[in-house]
Design a binder for this molecule. Structure first.
Ligand code: AMP
Ligand code: MG
Length: 325
């Protein structure tokens, strides 16, 4: 979409009008939603046609399940058939927040949401506008990230318009996302909390609440679910993890935590956090990738992040961005 058209669309179809967003969702239309992690493409989870519109807009394959969003744990009954004790403890500790739980589904949850799996992904997002919207609705909202399948997730309302402006009836503009990285997904394999996708909530934080935490490894073998695809969250420009070889090329980009490269043009470089703060880096990652992707570079080199805390999730996203090429 051209910039002028995107700006016009933005003016007419975005704002803080919660009732307008609610009405659009009730009519089965799609709405861009702010959360603390990334922007979602929301749809009435009880409407087959609204769910189909989500997959069509994103060009998302039907075997990639969606996350349901609700406003309170007391409303889980219509979504989850059972809540394991460890899930309850995590929900109490981290909801509203960047934690998605995989729970046994009720028969009411459409197959389109779960891709036919026996579990359903659910979370309570921590954003005042979206929480108020979810409270007003009679149904949960299915909301994958509001980007074309496989591309970089959106962290501002403008990112949503850039790519899905034509697909949405409205975008609730809640400003830039506070965390900027997707939720951490936790399932319960034989009752043991198991991380299915690294995200904004650190493993250390989970461990403090439930003790032992397992981890599903997507590397190598076929991933347990398609959303854990090795290639995802990717710019169109080829991305490679590591320092550029010598001599460098002025059409290369550089993405780092805080290191500058004097041998590359300053305009081709993004330092995610001048002080090396991983939370700031997470908040900036996707906008930085979009910026570098817009420069028509021939290659982006990305410095690996420290392998602890949020650095684990950041490296996971960089690896998947690199795997696309
Ligand atoms: P997103 O596009 O960020 O909303 O991510 C949704 C992701 O959640 C999917 O791609 C899957 O990786 C994961 N997910 C959703 N439902 C399930 C489920 N029932 N079992 C395992 N993973 C799930
Ligand atoms: Mg996504």
């Amino acid at each position: 979409m051209g910039l002028a058209k995107a700006v016009q669309l933005e003016a007419s179809k975005s704002g803080q009008d919660i009732e307008r967003a609610a009405q659009a969702l009730r009519e089965g239309l799609l709405v861009g939603l702010p959360t603390e992690t990334v922007y979602g493409l929301g749809a009435n989870a009880w409407s087959e046609s609204a769910l189909r519109a989500v997959f069509a807009a994103k060009r998302r394959p039907f075997n990639d399940p969606l996350i349901l969003h609700t406003s309170a744990a007391s409303r889980l009954g219509e979504i989850a058939a059972q809540i394991p004790p460890q899930a309850m403890r995590l929900a109490e500790a981290f909801w509203p927040g960047p934690l998605t739980l995989l729970l046994p589904r009720t028969p009411r949850v459409p197959n389109l949401v779960t891709a036919g799996l026996p579990t359903v992904a659910v979370r309570i997002p921590d954003h005042p506008l979206t929480l108020e919207l979810l409270r007003r609705l009679e149904f949960p909202v299915a909301a994958p990230s509001a980007n074309p399948f496989g591309y970089i997730s959106p962290t501002t309302a403008a990112h949503v318009f850039d790519q899905l402006g034509d697909a949405v009836a409205y975008v609730l503009d809640g400003g830039p996302c506070r965390l900027g990285l997707e939720s951490t997904i936790v399932g319960f394999d034989e009752g043991i909390p198991t991380v299915y996708r690294l995200g904004s909530l650190n493993i250390d934080q989970l461990v403090r609440v439930v003790g032992r935490v397992g981890q599903r490894q997507a590397a190598g073998a076929a991933p347990p679910v398609p959303g854990a695809l090795p290639s995802h969250y990717a710019p169109r420009t080829p991305l490679q993890i590591g320092h550029p070889p010598q001599p460098t090329d002025p059409r290369w980009g550089w993405l780092s935590l805080k290191t500058r490269r004097p041998d590359l043009p300053p305009a081709n470089q993004i330092q995610l956090s001048a002080v090396g703060d991983l939370e700031e880096a997470a908040r900036n990652l996707y906008a930085a990738l979009r910026y570098l992707d817009s420069l028509n570079l021939t290659r982006i080199y990305a410095e690996p992040m420290p392998d602890s805390g949020l650095g684990l999730a950041l490296n996971d996203r960089l690896r998947r961005a690199a795997a696309a090429h």
